[in-house]
Every structure is written in C-alpha cells, then in structure tokens.
Design a protein around this ligand. Structure first.
Ligand SMILES: [Zn+2]
Ligand SMILES: [Zn+2]
Length: 97
C-alpha cells in the first residue's frame, strides 16, 4: 500500500492552509484545515465554505505575508475570524452543519 503523505500545510496569521496552493480546503493536496481553524478560533467544526487567502508572498525567512501590505500579521488581509464567522453563518442559513 502506498504511504499517504501528510498534507504539507502552512500557517498564515494563525490559520492553516495547504502549502502548495494556500487553500483552506484543497482536493489536490487532500487537505482540509477547517476543523483546525474553527477550533483555533473557538468554534465547533462544521461543513462551511473554506476561507480564502489573499495573494501572498514568502519573505526570505519563508514567512507568508500579504502581497498588498507586505505584512505577515495583516488583519486586513488575514482577517480569518471575520471570514470564518461569515462562512459559518452562511452555512447555517443553508442548513448545513
Ligand atoms: Zn493544495
Ligand atoms: Zn495586507
């Protein structure tokens, strides 16, 4: 049996994304960071739409930062809690759980 490779993930301003595409849920990487991200922000995991990362670049140390402001902790571009809250509200309205 082929060994399943652990999905390589990156952390951007405390949220997890797949490292290859910077997506919270990625079929190509077999990666789903929703559970971890929801838990981090104090929520129970649910079937919500993934949050989306803006354009990012990596600095010399390999730290991801937003392209727009060049900041690794940019709350404007990396406002995950707001995005997660919105996605959860939308999912609840759509009757998902
Ligand atoms: Zn990916
Ligand atoms: Zn920014």
């Amino acid at each position: 049996m082929a060994e399943v490779q652990a999905a390589a993930s990156v952390e951007i301003n405390d949220a997890m994304f797949c490292s290859a595409h910077v997506k919270e849920v990625c079929e190509d990487c077999n990666f789903d960071g929703r559970e971890e991200n929801d838990a981090f922000f104090g929520y129970d995991p649910m079937d919500r739409d993934p949050i989306e990362a803006p354009n990012v670049t990596q600095n010399k140390e390999g730290v991801y930062q937003c392209k727009k402001h060049g900041s690794a902790g940019c709350n404007q571009c990396f406002g995950w809690k707001k995005q997660i809250t919105r996605a959860r509200t939308a999912a609840k309205k759509a009757g998902r759980k």
